[in-house]
Ligand binder design. Structure first.
Ligand code: PL3
Ligand code: FE2
Ligand code: FE2
Length: 242
């Protein structure tokens, strides 16, 4: 069989590695770093709320929350190393709809909804983002990002196990919250797509691996491959990347 050329991704030739000390890079990094630091801080709060809502796993959930607090501090350090401060104001605005959805589920006693938002959607988002960042990260941020990535897998696992054990009762609620949570998450990404390109990342790649990871999680908890694909496809189709 003749070897085939790998299909073009539709983008131009790969851009030269961006210079992390340049003003353009640092300006973009302040917004990306803001999203990461605020996202980690919010994850910390969500795990503490979950610890209250699921007292039998309280100690475990507080431990996961403390990991998120450390991630936030570690990523602040990555910015500081470049002389950059995170743009927290923008990031808080971007995360507000997702946090509001979490609070709505928490107030309604919808534990499955809370776990889908934090442990499946946010953690798949984090894993996809940090994996995509690793190859372009500066020498200081690279080992920190690799260590954080290993922790995020644990957070994803917690949610998957909880939801899998109760899939018969919570399957419909999971599907409902996916339809609402996925578009608000993708809009965060859409808002920093231009900045991601400026630091050498491809936002379309990130969306692709986010969807793949999320689909896998849905299958792990009990959806069929077809149901999972359909659920993800429908949530994503509504949000074109700018
Ligand atoms: C949960 O542990 C953390 C949630 C944070 C989510 C962050 C997603 C960030 C997406 C945008 C760019 C990623 C670049 C990574 C640079 C450190
Ligand atoms: Fe984290
Ligand atoms: Fe996490």
């Amino acid at each position: 069989m003749t070897p085939r050329q790998s299909p073009s991704s539709g983008t131009a030739a790969p851009a030269p590695s961006p210079d992390p000390t340049s003003p353009v890079y640092r300006d973009a990094y302040s917004r990306i770093n803001g999203v990461v630091v605020v996202g980690e801080g919010l994850a910390d709060r969500h795990f503490r709320l979950l610890a209250r809502a699921i007292p039998e796993d309280g100690a475990e959930l507080l431990r996961l929350g403390a990991m998120e607090g450390r991630h936030a501090r570690d990523f602040i350090g990555c910015g500081a190393n470049l002389g950059v401060r995170p743009d927290a104001a923008l990031a808080k605005q971007l995360f507000a709809p997702l946090h509001a959805l979490f609070q709505e589920c928490d107030s309604a006693g919808d534990l499955a909804g809370c776990l889908v938002i934090q442990c499946l959607i946010v953690e798949c988002f984090a894993v996809a983002a940090y994996r995509a960042y690793l190859p372009v990260a500066d020498a200081y941020a690279q080992p920190i990002t690799a260590a954080v990535l290993a922790d995020e897998a644990e957070h994803l696992n917690y949610g998957e196990q909880w939801l899998q054990a109760r899939f018969a009762e919570v399957g419909d609620a999971v599907a409902a919250i996916c339809r609402r949570g996925m578009p608000v998450t993708l809009r965060i990404l859409q808002a920093v797509a231009v900045d991601m390109r400026a630091i050498g990342m491809d936002p379309a790649d990130l969306v692709g691996s986010f969807c793949e990871l999320f689909e896998q999680s849905l299958v792990t908890i009990g959806f069929s491959a077809t149901e999972a694909r359909r659920l993800v496809f429908r949530s994503v189709a509504a949000v074109p990347l700018g």
